[in-house]
Ligand binder design. Structure first.
Ligand code: AMP
Length: 369
């Protein structure tokens, strides 16, 4: 899938890169004398005048927004303490120089830093600015400096993994229910806009001390093609990855995100990962041992997937109750529906908002969260 996306990107990269060269020139004046700056402005103006016949309207509007970012927000965020390191780069606290507003600044690790930020990446990132929902971490700003890309996100207290670890005892069932509802609500919104996450896990669900949950890193997998390894030695986690991807399916569709919901709910309940595997085959076997080895009858087409092996051991399904005994029938049913092997029969984010597990959730209160 990654390769397909890269190829798709390369198709338009030429046009957008031309646009970006102009965009980058727009960023250079602080390094130049006033005379060179005047020459540059004249050059830039003539270049922009010459460009419209070549550039599509969307690229022109991208150029305008990039230019606005450069002039209006360039270097207005002051970087503070490091918060952590994720799949795409280091995360710092940042403070707005004028307003004192606190945000999370993500310094994106680009694969080819010497070549600058690919135009397609910037285009995808600027589209993410439009993805505004109470359960999605807002992207406030995008900055480019010295071929580096910085994303400025709204700040939240901690990630869900840290929250689960910090609670002594267990999370209350009401908190699990509320977090799960907010999670599927944010997911439903993004899916309805054609944006998938592809790497949902407790580390990129952020929570506030008031019980709000927001999904972080939406759309970044598509914009940046996640590396196999993040910055440190830590391997990208497989624990929330669905069986169709593990078995070599090349298509990323919304059910990929829905698979992760079940293991995340189980982890909130039990405080332990549901499938703590250390490699892909271990991950598949951990799934098969609980849900039973899939067959053509519960997953038509599974035996044709690229990495299907007829020699896989045949395990029977075990009861989900033994995995999360604290959860009621409705909760177990929702988990089962997110873990349906066949992606076509897996529950959607929209449908899961109406699931009986959430019948006691005050949905109007969640609208204002
Ligand atoms: P990520 O790259 O999103 O996995 O981020 C790495 C870590 O930085 C997360 O596990 C969080 O602890 C922290 N972090 C990321 N984004 C934010 C944010 N918007 N607000 C507060 N902390 C964040």
């Amino acid at each position: 899938a990654g390769r397909g996306l890269v190829e798709q990107r390369h198709g338009v990269v030429g046009v957008v890169r031309t646009a970006m060269i102009l965009g980058m020139w727009a960023r250079m004046p602080p390094l130049l004398s006033s005379t060179s700056s005047a020459i540059l402005s004249a050059w830039r103006l003539s270049a922009l005048l010459l460009c419209p016949p070549v550039l599509s309207p969307s690229v022109q509007s991208l150029l305008r927004s990039v230019k606005m970012d450069a002039t209006e927000s360039f270097r207005k965020w002051k970087r503070g303490q490091k918060l952590g390191e994720g799949t795409f780069g280091e995360v710092y606290v940042a403070t707005h120089e004028k307003t004192g507003e606190v945000a999370a600044l993500k310094k994106i690790k680009l694969e080819c830093e010497d070549e600058g930020v690919p135009g397609t990446t910037l285009r995808e990132v600027s589209l993410l600015k439009e993805l505004q929902h109470p359960n999605v971490v807002g992207l406030c700003d995008v900055q480019q400096d010295n071929h580096k890309l910085y994303l400025i996100f709204e700040f939240l207290d901690k990630d869900l993994k840290r929250h689960i670890d910090s609670v002594s005892g267990h999370l209350s069932i009401e908190q699990v229910r509320s977090f799960s509802f907010q999670l599927v609500k944010g997911l439903s919104f993004c899916h309805s806009r054609g944006v998938m996450h592809r790497d949902l896990k407790p580390q990129n669900l952020l929570v506030t001390n008031q019980g709000r949950l927001k999904i972080a890193d939406f759309g970044l997998a598509r914009a940046f093609c996640p590396p196999i390894r993040p910055l440190t030695h830590e391997v990208v986690t497989l624990w929330y990855r669905p069986p169709e991807i593990l078995l070599g399916s090349a298509t990323y569709a919304p059910p990929v995100d829905m698979w992760a919901i079940g293991p995340i709910i189980v982890e909130m309940i039990t405080k332990r990962p549901m499938f703590p595997a250390d490699c892909e085959i271990d991950m598949l076997y951990k799934i098969f041992r609980i849900l039973g080895t899939p067959t053509e009858s519960n997953w038509p087409g599974v035996t044709n997937l690229k990495d299907w092996n007829p020699a896989f051991p045949m395990w029977p399904k075990i009861s989900l109750r033994s995995i999360a005994p604290q959860l009621d029938e409705q909760g177990l049913d929702l988990i089962q529906q997110t873990l349906n092997y066949d992606p076509k029969t897996r529950i959607s984010a929209k449908a899961s908002m109406e699931h009986s597990f959430f019948s006691t959730v005050d949905k109007s209160a969640h609208n204002t969260l």
